[in-house]
Design a binder for this molecule. Structure first.
Ligand SMILES: NC(=O)c1ccc[n+]([C@@H]2O[C@H](COP(=O)([O-])OP(=O)(O)OC[C@H]3O[C@@H](n4cnc5c(N)ncnc54)[C@H](OP(=O)(O)O)[C@@H]3O)[C@@H](O)[C@H]2O)c1
Length: 202
């Protein structure tokens, strides 16, 4: 069974884009980019919200740019060789290969993709990923926490989901970013699923 992975580069206060829609502060340096490359290398299919797709489709033509460093060329190949499903009620056409549009996010369809797939899937775009989390479809969460507070914008996690997580790994980068990866625990993927253990407050 394939896993569904949600990863995001976010500010310490939990935003993937600030109130002006900017995320230049989240641009990865080489060290972080190489880790993202390795994280995405096994992915067979990207599930994208329309807004995230519009950002990421840059990679469809990135191989035409001259003098790109090896880690950028590597990511370009990784992106181009994966399948993409773009969720949108407004798009009728896409400008990348191996890409199809779905007009509705149907959790059952994604469940089938996971059950039938031999390569993992990822979900990108906070709005879409929030729905995947809410539906209990996400198996792993990866947060790349950038050392910045932006005060508002698009949150990487939705408001209405509550779950326990198992920490898989953590890593710090030279630029002050931190990578935290978690496995979700299916029994807790519902509102109120995390119970109080009666411990004393700290
Ligand atoms: N931090 C970073 O490193 C980084 C990197 C790249 C991008 N970003 C930013 O992160 C943000 C992406 O997240 P987001 O939450 O804004 O957008 P998103 O989840 O990528 O896209 C939202 C769009 O997806 C479609 N959609 C969502 N749910 C759907 C459903 N149930 N059925 C059909 N279509 C559905 C809709 O498209 P339609 O409106 O077409 O119907 C909706 O407007 C953007 O601001 C992006 O620029 C950040």
């Amino acid at each position: 069974m394939a896993k569904l992975i949600y990863s995001a580069i976010a500010s310490l206060d939990g935003y993937v884009a600030d109130e002006n829609g900017n995320f230049d502060w989240a641009a990865p340096d080489e060290e972080l980019h190489r880790v993202v490359n390795d994280l995405e290398r096994p992915i067979g299919t990207y599930l994208y919200g329309r807004r995230m797709y519009e950002t990421m489709v840059y990679w469809e033509t990135a191989d035409t740019l001259a003098d790109q460093p090896s880690f950028v060329r590597d990511y370009t190949e990784i992106w181009q060789s994966a399948d993409k499903i773009v969720y949108s009620r407004t798009l009728d056409a896409v400008s990348s290969a191996r890409t199809r549009i779905e007009h509705d996010f149907d959790p059952e369809t994604v469940r089938h993709l996971k059950a039938a797939g031999d390569r993992d899937l990822s979900v990108g775009g906070a709005a879409l990923a929030g729905q995947a989390l809410e539906a209990g479809l996400v198996d792993e969460l990866h947060s790349f926490v950038v050392p910045v507070i932006v005060g508002g914008g698009t949150r990487w996690l939705p408001d209405d989901v509550r779950m326990s997580l198992e920490l898989l790994d953590e890593r710090r980068f030279g630029n002050g970013a931190v990578h935290l990866s978690y496995r979700t625990t299916p029994q807790d993927q519902s509102p109120g699923g995390v119970s109080s253990n009666g411990s004393t407050p700290l």
